[in-house]
Design a protein around this ligand. Structure first.
Ligand code: UD1
Length: 368
C-alpha cells in the first residue's frame, strides 16, 4: 500500500489532481491518497466550488497559507508543509503544474528525501520573467519522477540534463477531467443566465502579471477588446488579481459592473462546470491562461493566446491555438480573421495521449 500526498494550491491544480485521486481510490488496495490544500487560493470561487464540481472530497489537510509576496507565500507553504511530511511519512508526494505551491512542496520533500512526482513536467516558455517558468525549472530539477504531457516536454527535460529513466510520457491529466465532465457540464444553464446562445460570443480570461499588472499593456488589450466586441459579445470572468488592477488603473472600458458601456460582460470567476459549458460553446476564446490553450485544442475552438510565448507549443503545432502577443492591432486582426472565415476552427488534432487515461498511466508508473 502506497501512501500518497496529493498537493493542490491554486485554481489550475484542482482539475489535475481530481482524476489521480479518483483512480487511486479505485485502486484502494494499492493506494492510500490524501489531499493537501496549501490555501494559496482560498476564495470560494477560486477554490471550494472546484471540489464540488469535480466530486472531490474536502482536503484532508488544509495549510491555510493565503496570499503574500512570492517569497513569503513560498516560505509559508514550506514551513506549514514540512511537519505534515514528517508526521505522515508518505511514500510519494505528487505535485502538479507550476504554481508556487508546486515548487514549495517539492522543495520540502527533496530536502527530507521523500520522493516527489511532478505531473505536467518539462513545459518551458523560455521566459524567466514568468514566475511559473522558474517554478517549472526548479520543480523538474528536484523531482524523482517526471510525468509529461507531450514529447517536446521530454526533450526539454533531457536538455536540462534529467536522466531519461526519470521521464514518463503519460499524456495530459487535465484532459482526463475535461472528457469526464463535458457531458455533466451540459446541465449548466450559464449560457442562458448570461443571455448568450449558439456560438455567437467570445470568452476572455486574463490574469498573467505581465498583462494585467502593466498599465500600458492592459489598456492596449482593452482597446482591442472594444473593437472586437462590436462584432461579437465578449464574456469576461474576472480573476481577483485582474479586478484589482481594473480598479487601480481606472480602465473605464472595463468597469467592474456587469456590462461595460462597450458591451463586454464582466462576471465573477466561474466554477469548473459553468466555465466549461461557457467556453465549449464559444466561437472564439481569448486568454493568457495555460490550461485553456489545451482545453480549446481538444474541443477544436479557436484560441488567441495574448502572450509572446507559450510553454505549450503543441497546441499551436497540432491544435487551434494562435500566439498573438499583446499588440492591440494584432489582436484585433487575428480575431477578425477568425470571425471572417467560414470554417473558423483549424482542423483540430488532439495531441497523442490526451485521451482521458492519463491518471491510469500515472498510477501504473507509481506502482512500478
Ligand atoms: C496563480 C499562479 C498562476 C495560475 C493562477 C491561476 C503562481 C506563481 N501563480 O496566480 O500560475 O495561473 O494562480 O489563477 O503560483 N487572490 C484572491 N483570492 C484568492 C487567490 C488570490 O483574492 O483565492 C488575489 C490576491 O490579491 C492575490 C492575487 O489574487 O494576491 C494573486 O494570487 P496568487 O495566488 O499570488 O497568484 P495568481 O495570480 O492567482
Amino acid at each position: 500500500m502506497l501512501k500518497v500526498l496529493l498537493i493542490v494550491g491554486a485554481r489550475p491544480n484542482f482539475m489535475k489532481v481530481a482524476p489521480i485521486y479518483a483512480e487511486m481510490k479505485r485502486l484502494a488496495s494499492e493506494f492510500a491518497p490524501m489531499i493537501v490544500h496549501t490555501g494559496q487560493h482560498y476564495d470560494a470561487a477560486m477554490s471550494d466550488t472546484f471540489f464540488d464540481d469535480l466530486g472531490m472530497p474536502r482536503p484532508d489537510i488544509y495549510l491555510g497559507v493565503g496570499s503574500a509576496s512570492h517569497a513569503v507565500q513560498t516560505a509559508k507553504i514550506m514551513t506549514e508543509f514540512e511537519p505534515v511530511v514528517l508526521r505522515e511519512k508518505p511514500d510519494w508526494v505528487v505535485v502538479v503544474g507550476d504554481v508556487n505551491s508546486t515548487i514549495a512542496c517539492a522543495l520540502v520533500c527533496a530536502k527530507l528525501g521523500v520522493r516527489v512526482a511532478h505531473v505536467e513536467a518539462g513545459l518551458r516558455s523560455r521566459d524567466r520573467t514568468m514566475p511559473e517558468e522558474v517554478n517549472r525549472i526548479l520543480t523538474d530539477a528536484i523531482s524523482y519522477l517526471l510525468f509529461t504531457t507531450s514529447q517536446d516536454a521530454d526533450e526539454n527535460l533531457r536538455q536540462q540534463g534529467i536522466p531519461a529513466e526519470k521521464i514518463r510520457f503519460v499524456g495530459n491529466i487535465m484532459i482526463d477531467s475535461l472528457l469526464e465532465h463535458l457531458k455533466i457540464a451540459e446541465k449548466s444553464d450559464i449560457r442562458e443566465r448570461l443571455g448568450v446562445s449558439g456560438s455567437d460570443y467570445a470568452v476572455l480570461t486574463l490574469h498573467r502579471p505581465s498583462n494585467v499588472d502593466d498599465r500600458a499593456i492592459f489598456t492596449g488589450i482593452a482597446d482591442a477588446l472594444v473593437a472586437i466586441v462590436e462584432k461579437l459579445p465578449i464574456i469576461f470572468p474576472v480573476h481577483p488579481r485582474t479586478r484589482a488592477k481594473i480598479i487601480e488603473f481606472g480602465i473605464d472600458t472595463l468597469p467592474t459592473g456587469r456590462v461595460s458601456a462597450f458591451g463586454i460582460q464582466l462576471i465573477e470567476p466561474l466554477g469548473y462546470l459553468d466555465f466549461m459549458r461557457l467556453y465549449s460553446g464559444a466561437k472564439l476564446v481569448l486568454t493568457d491562461s495555460g490550461g485553456l490553450q489545451e482545453e480549446t485544442t481538444v474541443l477544436g475552438i479557436p484560441c488567441l493566446t495574448l502572450r509572446h510565448n507559450t510553454e505549450r507549443p503543441i497546441t499551436i503545432k497540432m491544435g487551434t491555438n494562435i500566439l498573438v502577443g499583446t499588440d492591440p492591432v494584432k489582436i484585433k486582426q487575428a480575431a477578425f480573421n477568425i470571425l471572417d472565415s467560414d470554417n473558423s476552427a483549424k482542423s483540430a488534432n488532439v495531441p497523442p495521449l490526451w485521451d482521458g487515461k492519463t491518471a491510469v498511466r500515472i498510477c501504473d508508473e507509481l506502482l512500478k
